[in-house]
Design a protein around this ligand. Structure first.
Ligand SMILES: [Fe+2]
Ligand SMILES: [Fe+2]
Length: 285
């Protein structure tokens, strides 16, 4: 696999690190790109933010292409409860067909997730000491990022690989023709980072492709409720010190410099959600 994107076959699972795969649907037709991830650990597998109902067949095909059988999936992790990540829960429950399947989320999310998942036990990360230890001893750690964007939002860190799965944080929207699984932020002018008018399809002056920073800005100012919530989430991300950031939308940040730059850029944005609307920066109250 070529991490620069030259030789990636998006019709197959894409390996991010040893035993970690992107199993998403590369959507170039203009919907919101969604990125489910699979962790394979011996005879266990964990699916993170498994995807929407329309994406189910593609996601499941890619899970099978990794060599994992549905019954191997021991845990489904949902970092909040939106339909773009939870919509396929009934399909997953059905195909996995195991009484041992557990759904991991937060108590703030679980009453909503129950509407997708009539069967499986729903676990809360606060009752698991915010960690999931698999049979091998491999540990996934959970960090709460409340109201970024849901009350029960959290992110998941795989200690074995240093990958942080961030759900909507670091997501991006727009410019679907230019979507790449691995971000190429360094080619973009650094001046784009701070509060540029968020037009996700606007070309960057340097690359002449749509600016990835604008796409990220555009997404966060609409999805996140306000500046304070996003800044708090960024301090949480910073404290983890991940080597790779894998969001549920947009592109994976695989360079340390890009992760730091993205954290700094998102912290500096001051027109997020209600703060942008109430200051007249965008939209109308
Ligand atoms: Fe969401
Ligand atoms: Fe999302």
């Amino acid at each position: 696999m070529d991490i620069l994107g030259i030789n990636i076959d998006y019709d197959r699972p894409v390996k991010l690190a040893d035993s970690v795969y992107w199993v998403g649907f590369a959507d170039t037709e203009g919907r919101l790109q969604c990125n489910p991830y699979l962790i394979v650990d011996g005879d266990e597998a964990v699916l993170i933010d498994g995807g929407s109902r329309p994406d189910f067949s593609t996601v499941m095909r890619k899970v099978l292409q990794t060599g994992v059988t549905p019954r191997q999936i021991s845990h489904l992790i949902y970092q909040h409860y939106d339909p773009d990540l939870c919509g396929s829960i009934p399909n997953l429950e059905s195909i996995i067909g195991s009484p041992d399947l557990r759904i991991v989320s937060h108590a703030e999310n679980n009453p909503f997730i129950r509407h997708y998942a009539p069967c499986s036990p729903l676990l809360c990360i606060d009752r698991m000491e915010r960690r999931l230890t698999l049979r091998s001893g491999r540990t996934l750690r959970f960090f709460r990022t409340p109201y970024a964007h849901s009350a029960g939002s959290f992110i998941t860190y795989d200690e074995a690989t240093g990958i942080l799965f961030t759900s909507d944080l670091f997501g991006s929207a727009g410019a679907f023709n230019y979507w790449k699984l691995f971000a190429e932020m360094e080619q973009c002018c650094q001046g784009c980072q701070i509060n540029k008018p968020a037009m996700p399809d606007e070309p960057c002056e340097v690359t002449e492709a749509p600016c990835p920073w604008s796409g990220m800005h555009h997404f966060h100012r609409r999805i996140m409720p306000g500046n304070a919530q996003l800044r708090h989430a960024m301090t949480v991300v910073e404290s983890v010190g991940a080597r790779m950031v894998a969001p549920q939308h947009g592109s994976i940040l695989h360079r340390t410099a890009d992760i730091k730059a993205a954290i700094d850029a998102l912290k500096a944005m001051d027109d997020i959600g209600i703060d942008g609307m109430s200051s007249g920066r965008w939209g109308k109250l």
